[in-house]
Design a binder for this molecule. Structure first.
Ligand SMILES: [Zn+2]
Length: 194
């Protein structure tokens, strides 16, 4: 793949991000009108979560070297901070890979190799720390959404829990509600938790 094609693809993905972010919002507005506010909120929450997962997945893919490494120098000036960090990360990963190739071919002394690699790695750690700091507020928002979703799910599970079977009073044999603490006929303590 030529650099131009990779650059075009990168810019396309950058724009696609905004489109992808807009999709759950639009869907949520539509479903709010069709299915009411709770459905709209659920669609918005799940859509946003899906986006977060997609972003994390794509950045993990790049980290693991699975994804195509992107041209860096052309992008560093105009791009937003996260794109610049992304470009720096790619540049460093590529530099480390090149260094390892050179070393494998015997073109570097052990000492030069270790020194340069440690230098690149230190730079890479800094870039990753900065990008973590940049992403932290979004991660917090995503965690809040997950928490909210779990809470709602737990609530609805509680509401739809099947009623307890009726309790028969051991003293007078009258049938009581499953969660009754005292018999409605003789007031015998049944021990249900009302
Ligand atoms: Zn009774």
């Amino acid at each position: 793949m030529s650099n131009d094609t990779a650059l075009a693809e990168y810019l396309f993905l950058l724009r696609a991000r905004f489109v992808i972010l807009a999709v759950p919002v639009v869907l949520a507005i539509i479903t709010t009108f069709v299915g009411g506010v709770p459905v709209g909120i659920l669609v918005l929450a799940s859509g946003t979560l899906l986006c977060a997962v997609l972003f994390i997945w794509s950045s993990l893919r790049t980290l693991s070297g699975d994804a195509q490494l992107l041209p860096s120098a052309e992008l560093e000036d105009a791009a937003p901070p996260e794109a610049s960090l992304f470009a720096q990360k790619n540049r460093l990963l590529r530099a480390i890979r090149d260094l390892e190739n050179e070393h494998a071919l015997g073109r570097l002394t052990e000492e030069d190799f270790e020194t340069s690699r440690e230098q690149y790695r230190a730079e890479l750690r800094q870039v990753l720390e900065s990008s973590d700091a940049l992403l932290a507020p979004h991660r917090e928002a995503a965690e809040l959404l997950v928490e909210e979703y779990r809470r709602q799910k737990a609530n609805s599970a509680y509401r739809s829990a099947p009623p307890k079977p009726p309790l028969e009073c051991p003293k007078c044999k009258v049938s009581n509600e499953g969660d009754a603490r005292f018999c409605k006929s003789c007031a015998f303590e049944l021990g249900g938790n009302a």
